[in-house]
Ligand binder design. Structure first.
Ligand code: WT7
Length: 660
């Protein structure tokens, strides 16, 4: 964030106290804060008891092996049973769980009773395919109901899933399958995006081919949902159609209780190195916090609300706030497959109007895009059903917050700006609607039962008005239990800067009232449209191209996406003939990154340069590159080994930039 933006942010002084009518009906209660601070563990135990345990836990938290936690020790539960069966057993089988809307306009309502049948059938199919408790299943799917069914079927039989975002490349998919040693991949023939049917299965075929070429592929079967009906290549003996195996299964399956610490899922996220981290979440603590936060931060009323979270199940938001949190609370929710601009730019507002959506949870990048598209689009639809709005993924700037409040929320809906991470599993910092007042752009305060602080370099808490690093001061139920296959990296990444605190990697500031303002990442991680991408990941994709000698990547402030990826590249000699136009190479490099990682990682700009600014010890000075990328006057360059390189870079700018 630029320093101008920062000082604007901190001059924000509008406050919206909770409205009396909302407070009168709110799930969250002011007493929760006092109750949790009086006895944090008793508070979480009470939240855990809202779930159905097949065997009660006998200890709330075992922190004796810190930072490796065990929550609700000795308890056993089945996560899928808690999300589906218990609602049917309580007489809610006819309630619609999922109101699916495909991008082409196809619709499908699925009740809890139907969901129970489908999850049981899918669980039986997985067992027939040889998947058992503890085996890893990769899920690479579009936003269709079968993706949710697949996740719940895995949970039901205790097979940890690893969902890989459908926009990731074959290469990214292969490395994730390999790291988790998944034995089954669940996918679809294709998906509908921007009005056309896009193939998906070819990426799985390619990923498995690479793995087989490198050694042995761990994958025994590929389970394929027919979504678009496009033709697919088929490997006999390995590939199985979902409709052929799942639909003939019995709808009866006895859910077994698993240990509270049984692994529920692995989800890969970018860190500061090129290799993504497999974040591990387990069962009892994760579900407790996902469920508690969903009920209280979104004020969910299962009998009357229509909830819509616009995330994809490929991200943690989709795991915690489409699947586990909402379904455990007996939600009725909209699931939408496609993009916001298809067939027209008011598709989302059309969905809100037709389904009478009451709670909307989305990302600042989407809000800023809609601001750009114009107020007339939401104004053309009836959004009066909305009663609460949520934001997640990156800091929301006060202008976007106010627009969200006024134009989408008709000035009557509380906004919850929710800070959390793949690692935290569930929301950590957020206002409680009806309880906490809000300020445009601030996530406000840690939830009851959560310890957060802003500390300086020495790990000392800063006073109100001060800034520093965001840390979490106490273990929490849905915390990651480690990095898959790499316990040391878990300790090094999160618990070594200040051993007593979890280091989140975000900068933050406390205002004069002690409200928390998130300021973005402090490490080499970019946030593009709410998605985390590391600079090194993009750099290694670039240097894997034969024409590239060296690359440095920075995240530059971007009006719509939060940050945009800007790459500085030194080409190998001969890659570009004297006087040859750089544009085709630049295009090739951008495509190359999209192919290596996925379209979300495609650099906004690639600049061909002759040198990169380095310190005498050889460390790239990203700060200077960021100044260039954001068209700012250069900051202090005195530690550069060669002070003339910045002139070289600036002169290269005139010829080597490409944007489209
Ligand atoms: C990073 C985590 C949490 C689900 C989506 C992203 C940033 C997230 C906020 C917010 C300011 C936010 C942080 C965090 N972030 N929510 N409300 N305000 N920043 O999950 O990919 O694990 O990324 O997203 O920088 O560290 P993720």
């Amino acid at each position: 964030m630029s320093s101008d933006a920062l000082s604007n942010l901190l001059q924000e002084n509008r406050v919206f106290p909770p409205a009396a009518e909302f407070a009168a009906q709110a799930n969250a209660q002011p007493a929760m804060y006092a109750q949790a601070s009086a006895d944090r563990l008793a508070f979480w135990a009470e939240q855990a008891r809202a779930l159905d345990w097949s065997q009660p836990f006998d200890e709330v938290l075992d922190w004796s092996q810190a930072p490796f936690a065990r929550w609700f020790v000795g308890g056993r539960l089945n996560v899928a049973y808690n999300c589906v069966d218990r609602h049917v057993a309580a007489g809610h089988g006819d309630q619609v769980a999922i109101r699916f809307e495909g991008e082409p306009g196809d619709r499908r309502d699925i009740t809890y009773a139907q969901l129970q049948d489908e999850v049981c059938q899918a669980a039986n199919a997985l067992l027939e395919l040889g998947v058992g408790a503890g085996d890893r299943v990769a899920i690479y799917m579009p936003m269709i109901p079968e993706a949710i069914v697949a996740m719940l079927a895995c949970a039901r039989i205790g097979a940890p899933h690893s969902v890989v975002f459908g926009g990731f490349s074959a290469h990214a998919l292969a490395s994730r399958i390999d790291d988790a040693q998944a034995t089954l991949v669940i996918t679809a023939d294709g998906q509908h995006r921007r009005g056309s049917a896009m193939p998906l299965k070819p990426a799985v075929d390619e990923a498995l081919q690479t793995l087989a070429a490198d050694g042995t592929s761990p994958v025994a079967h590929v389970l394929v949902v027919r979504r678009t009906g496009g033709s697919v290549e088929w490997t006999d003996g390995r590939d199985v159609w979902w409709h052929e195996i799942v639909e003939r299964q019995s709808t009866a399956h006895q859910a077994e209780g698993f240990d509270s610490e049984h692994p529920l899922f692995i989800l890969y996220t970018s860190g500061t190195t090129g290799k993504p981290k497999g974040i591990l979440h387990t069962s009892g603590g994760y579900l407790t916090q996902a469920s508690f936060t969903h009920r209280n931060v979104f004020d969910l009323k299962p009998d009357s609300d229509v909830y819509w979270c616009t995330a994809d199940i490929g991200w943690v938001t989709g795991h915690s706030y489409i699947v586990y949190g909402p379904l455990s609370n007996r939600v009725t929710q909209v699931v939408y497959e496609g993009t916001p601009d298809t067939p027209t730019h008011d598709r989302w507002w059309d969905i809100v109007e037709r389904h009478r959506v009451t709670i909307l949870y989305t990302a600042p990048t989407a809000i800023r895009t809609f601001m750009k598209w114009g107020d007339h689009l939401p104004a053309g639809k009836d959004l009066s059903s909305l009663r609460l709005l949520g934001s997640v993924g990156e800091p929301i700037n006060p202008e976007a917050w106010m627009w969200y409040r006024e134009v989408i929320g008709g000035d009557r809906c509380p906004i919850v700006d929710t800070w959390w991470q793949t690692e935290t599993g569930a929301i950590m910092i957020s206002p409680l609607p009806g309880v906490t007042g809000t300020k445009p752009g601030s996530a406000m305060t840690a939830l009851p039962g959560i310890g957060a602080a802003v500390v300086d370099d020495e790990g000392r808490p800063v006073a109100n008005g001060g800034g520093g690093y965001l840390v979490l001061t106490e273990p929490w139920p849905s915390m990651l239990r480690g990095i898959w296959g790499d316990p040391q990296r878990y300790v090094d990444t999160y618990w070594s800067r200040w051993p007593q605190y979890y280091f989140a990697g975000d900068g933050a500031k406390l205002d004069d009232d002690g409200a928390i303002w998130l300021l973005g990442r402090v490490d080499d991680v970019m946030n593009v449209s709410g998605h985390r991408i590391s600079t090194t990941e993009v750099e290694s994709a670039l240097v894997s191209h034969p024409k590239v000698a060296e690359a440095a990547v920075v995240g530059a402030t971007d009006e719509t996406t939060g940050q945009g990826i800007v790459a500085f590249v030194i080409l190998r000699s001969g890659a570009l003939a004297d006087g040859e136009d750089g544009a085709p190479v630049i295009k090739e490099l951008r495509e190359h990154v999209a192919k290596e990682i996925g379209p979300i990682a495609k650099p906004r700009q690639v600049m061909i340069v002759a040198e990169l600014p380095k310190t005498r010890s050889g460390k790239i000075m990203r700060r200077l590159l960021r100044d260039v990328a954001e068209n700012r006057e250069l900051g202090d360059a005195t530690t550069l080994a060669d002070p003339t390189v910045m002139n070289l870079i600036a002169s290269g700018l005139a010829t080597g930039t490409s944007e489209d």
